[in-house]
Design a protein around this ligand. Structure first.
Ligand SMILES: N[C@@H](CCC(=O)N[C@@H](CS)C(=O)NCC(=O)O)C(=O)O
Length: 210
């Protein structure tokens, strides 16, 4: 039984829970982070010295970093489906996972999202927000164009490559900000929402849930 540490509303934990359900993995989830505490306790720091969430335990294996966890779970429990066997297709999925972590999310989307949802309007830096919004529209336009003629980021089938970007798209689609129409991205969001694990672990939460 895999143990997944982290509060359910956290985007990086949502990736892992969504992935676990897609892969049909038996797991237990343990609340940690924010008001749940736990992350500063020595027993948690022994598992994850960053004091961040998520962390998983699978037998003797302890792993942190959400995208690494998603890669591991897919390779271990969903090889040939969520983790493509073909190395080119796998690298393509990896590419979108890395793009989510290093280009889309950190620092741009994370800063934008946290400002919109956690900072009182009077304290928001509107010039900074406008710049971040411009960058995000450029990035989502790139993905929108990529999705023309294909259902998922790696082609016609859902893979691990869809999981990190899927969690960010959910927040982007629901935060109360202006979004230029993006037909393919909107259709992709609907396709993700047709998956019960996505509704359970991602879009079923309030966009600003803590
Ligand atoms: N790069 C790490 C980031 C982990 C991270 O920052 N997680 C956030 C939640 S999404 C966290 O631990 N926040 C503090 C908390 O919830 O107590 C990953 O992808 O796992």
């Amino acid at each position: 039984m895999v143990r997944i540490w982290g509060r359910r509303a956290a985007l990086n934990v949502q990736k892992v829970l969504w992935c676990a359900d897609e892969a049909g993995i038996a797991y237990t989830q343990i609340d940690a982070g924010q008001h749940h505490g736990v992350v500063n306790e020595p027993r948690y720091r022994a598992l994850n010295p960053n004091g961040r969430i998520p962390t998983i335990e699978d037998g003797a294996l302890v792993l942190w970093e959400s995208n690494a966890i998603v890669r591991y779970l897919c390779a271990r429990y969903a090889m040939g489906t969520l983790c493509p066997k073909d190395l080119g297709a796998r690298a393509d999925a990896d590419r979108w996972m890395d793009w989510q972590a290093t280009t889309l999310f950190q620092p741009t989307f994370r800063t934008y999202y946290l400002t919109i949802t956690r900072t009182p309007t009077a304290e928001q830096d509107q010039a900074q927000l406008a710049g971040l919004h411009r960058n995000l529209v450029e990035m989502f336009s790139l993905l929108n164009a990529h999705l023309a003629g294909q259902a998922f980021v790696g082609g016609d089938t859902f893979t691990m490559g869809d999981i990190p970007v899927g969690t960010v798209i959910d927040k982007w689609m629901r935060i109360p900000v202006a979004r230029p129409p993006m037909t393919q991205l909107e259709a992709y969001y609907q396709r993700l929402n047709a998956r019960s694990a996505y509704r359970t672990h991602v879009s079923g939460f309030a966009y600003d849930a803590i």
